[in-house]
Design a protein around this ligand. Structure first.
Ligand code: EAX
Length: 335
């Protein structure tokens, strides 16, 4: 039988081993770096699907050295605020549309021109190619890191006043737009009254009748239950809305090359997962919206809309030049 005195070295040894293990575990837990990822949409949205893929990929590649916390539904503010947050380091990763991005990276405004792309294949082909990479690289000139091109979808018009089948039907409607000068100009040309507004304010503005309508992809209309505040949906497909997975240089510049590559890989996985969800909702979303009481106008003749917004191209090229636009149109035609 070991006496208390005899037991002391043993107890000390066991005690020491336990504290070492605890210290080791604490060190490991301590070493995990928490990454904040923000977006404006719900936890069931196509952005949330992308956020989950980002989280799983980064945590796996880094073997738990990085853990990702998702902030949804504008809990970190609208997209403009979150992009500012990336520049000052208050948020690490953001999934955002290009809506307010042009205010920070004017080179991306070209992507917001209406009817630039005919379909998803064309848009994805251009963004996944050299031109897409070039625009992502431009972000670093503006205190942002462009990690990958994700997707929001082709945007359509909704409103609570009347069915829209032609630009004349949009005449005088107060339409919420993103904080984007190219979009505002397009709706002005259509005869509507564009009202720029951050996304987190939109549902209430529609509910209270501050605006009559808005425009978003099926993905967002479904994720935000817009049928509760909008009666009519017209499948105008008037603009392809890319999304970008952006990073904060304050975080990413401090990482090793290997770690930075983990973030790029996680962003690519995120974009792919979101695109698959967009494709699924393009198939299933309209039926769901009709089931929830929306009147959906499907067979829209886009010709009159294209004619109506054509001046937006002249205004754009007068301010931003036509070089990148022509390169995109040439590439799109070859896709
Ligand atoms: O990116 O502001 C918008 O209408 C966007 O489509 C939304 O924030 C998702």
């Amino acid at each position: 039988m070991t006496t208390r005195l005899a037991r002391r070295p043993l107890v000390t040894a066991i005690g020491g081993a336990v504290s070492l293990t605890l210290a080791g575990m604490a060190l490991q837990a301590q070493a995990a770096t928490e990454i904040s990822l923000g977006h404006t949409l719900s936890s069931t949205s196509h952005y949330a699907v992308g956020a989950q893929a980002f989280k799983e990929t980064l945590e796996e590649l880094s073997d738990g050295a990085f853990t990702v916390t998702e902030h949804t539904s504008g809990s970190l503010g609208g997209e403009r605020e979150m992009i500012e947050g990336l520049q000052i380091g208050t948020v690490d990763i953001v999934i955002t549309s290009t809506g307010p991005l042009g205010n920070f990276v004017p080179e991306t405004y070209v992507l917001d021109l209406p009817f630039l792309f005919e379909d998803y294949d064309q848009a994805r082909c251009v963004l996944d190619g050299e031109l897409g990479d070039e625009l992502l690289t431009k972000m670093s000139d503006h205190d942002l890191v462009g990690l990958a091109w994700s997707e929001n979808g082709f945007r359509h018009m909704t409103n609570s006043r009347r069915e829209i089948a032609s630009p004349a039907d949009a005449d005088g409607l107060r339409v919420r737009t993103m904080e984007n000068e190219v979009h505002q100009e397009a709706f002005r040309q259509m005869g509507a009254r564009p009202t720029p507004m951050a996304f987190p304010e939109l549902f209430t503005a529609l509910q209270q009748g501050t605006v009559d309508g808005q425009e978003n992809p099926i993905t967002v209309i479904v994720a935000t239950n817009f049928w509760e505040v909008q009666d009519y949906l017209s499948l105008t497909g008037h603009v392809y809305s890319p999304a970008a997975v952006l990073g904060s240089p304050i975080l990413l510049d401090g990482l090793s090359d290997e770690e930075r590559e983990w973030f790029h890989e996680a962003a690519r996985a995120s974009a792919e997962a979101t695109r698959q969800e967009v494709s699924r909702l393009e198939e299933e979303g309209v039926a769901l919206l009709e089931e929830n009481g929306m009147t959906v106008k499907t067979d829209i003749d886009i010709g009159p809309f294209q004619d109506a917004v054509e001046p937006a191209y002249e205004i754009f090229t007068a301010e931003h030049g036509s070089e990148m636009l022509e390169r995109i149109q040439e590439k799109a035609a070859s896709c």
